[in-house]
Design a binder for this molecule. Sequence first.
Ligand code: ZN
Ligand code: ZN
Ligand code: ZN
Length: 183
Amino acid sequence: MPDDEAEMAGRVVSVARANYPDLRVVARAEDGHEDDLHASGASFVVTEERELALGLLAEALGADRPRSELTAHLQAEASARSTRFVDLTPVGLTAAQLQGTTCAHAATTRTVVPRTDGCEECLRDGTGWVHLRVCLNCGHVGCCDSSVGKHATAHHHATGHPVMRSLERGEDWAWCYVDGKMV
Ligand SMILES: [Zn+2]
Ligand SMILES: [Zn+2]
Ligand SMILES: [Zn+2]
């Protein structure tokens, strides 16, 4: 996990701990960052590469707190993170994904160039996002379901385009909304 994400995860844990002192925070960190997360107040740290605390915190916080409270904190963190570092190079399913999947929609995807270097709707209305997804039909860039806008999901509902791939660095997984599973 790059340092900026480790720092961000630590910040999120601190915010969560400050606001919900009796919360059992579950966070993940790459080797070398566990101590930082413990210092931030995480009571349980799982070591795993490329896993971000936000989504896990959403689950942990969402369990016994009103969604609106959680959303406000996540939005503050997301805004801080909405730096644009999207690589605008073509992306598509890998050969292994195309050959190995049982998702019939995979064959309808193509290699796309991300249309914007951030969530298209969030950039328009000035809000922040948590993670980015790209539509493998049209190149629309939207934010994930841990983001306030959930614009990748909204894009699927608006267009019927079935498969969104992660645009996070180092990730190549894709999700089929129609089948409700990974491609
Ligand atoms: Zn499918
Ligand atoms: Zn968005
Ligand atoms: Zn699309």
